[in-house]
Design a protein around this ligand. Sequence first.
Ligand SMILES: Cc1ncc(COP(=O)(O)O)c(C=O)c1O
Length: 395
Amino acid sequence: MRRQVQPSSRPAGPSDRLLELPRRMIGEPRDALATPALILDRPVVERNVAEMARRMEGLPAALRPHVKIHKSPILAQLQLDAGAIGLTTATIWEASAMVDAGLSDVLVANQVVGPLKAAEAARIAGLGRVIVTVESAANAAELSAAARKAGTEIGVLVELDVGLHRSGVRSVEAAVELARRIETLPGLRLDGLLGYEGHCMLEPDRKVRVEKAKASNEILVAAADAFDEAGLPTRIVAAGGLGTWDITGANPRITEIHAGSYVFMDAFHRNLVPGFEVGLTVLATIVSRDGDLAVVDCGRKSIGIDRTLPEVAGGHAEIRFEHGEFFIHEEHTALTLAPDSSLDVGDRVELIPGYAPTTVNLYDVYFVVAEGVVVDVWPILGRYGHATAGVGPAR
Ligand SMILES: Cc1ncc(COP(=O)(O)O)c(C=O)c1O
């Protein structure tokens, strides 16, 4: 039976009072929503989750989906119900949102540095299994002290740089040395290694992507072998995202991959990994029309444009190029309509975000839609705001 996931009672997202208003739209047609509105197509998302679960069946690695894409414990629960072994987050606040909603086995695939963040990791480690990645002995000591103070145990993966040059220790030897240090620290449980090949994810040429990902995976596997030789735990050897799901996921030494973008897809991933559908759009209204020019009430403050431009769903228009740039202002986007388009002021269009994670981060809620009707409202939790940035979690 599916567990009912409730949004966090802590103020890491919109309170129940703030949800009251959007919830009044449940039962209304999607096109009755005020715009811009973030639309989650539930049947599509469910199909994407099922499709990824089906694909993973043939691979040795398990799936621990990255939830930075959606920041929704409700959607995370759908992924767990479909066979995911746990959840991955990019921030401690996303992890808190998941754990406070009752979900467990959450991996923060990032460094958790600073006393308030370490204390938060230690707190939620008392509510469920929590794992973080570490690259420095000083940070390991900070996490150990926080866990001891809270009387909890934090799982730790040594993060290894496998070519992305973002974070992680820079050599197999350094990984072993740090792991040995972690093993001596109370309050920490060494679970293994993470080596994210993020620099391969966006490579459009499939052949090059395969070569680069395999080379990165080999660095991680060498570290796992060195851990084995040194008697260090390798319960988890983690890597992977959507762009490398079938490359990294096929490596028999890698225990889990962290693909996440498959739930929604976006204009960027759509061209990279076929077979999934777009489940997230921004509903907008045409506010101005002149010939083949239409302007909608959606712009940089309501749709993510990094990585690539948004696209108009259904293809009846394109983002307009004028004044030497693509015409996306803060609250306006100019479209060039197809010659036979009858779209006019007041009509609705749906835009496919260029990049879903930075779009989701702009909204408090999803309007969950099935067959054109709003069927639910799901809060988007663990964003930066009063409960997190600067002051740590409110108590
Ligand atoms: C550490 C880490 N793992 C996995 C992913 C995979 O996400 P996606 O499914 O978007 O490729 C990301 C994305 O940025 C990431 O930063």
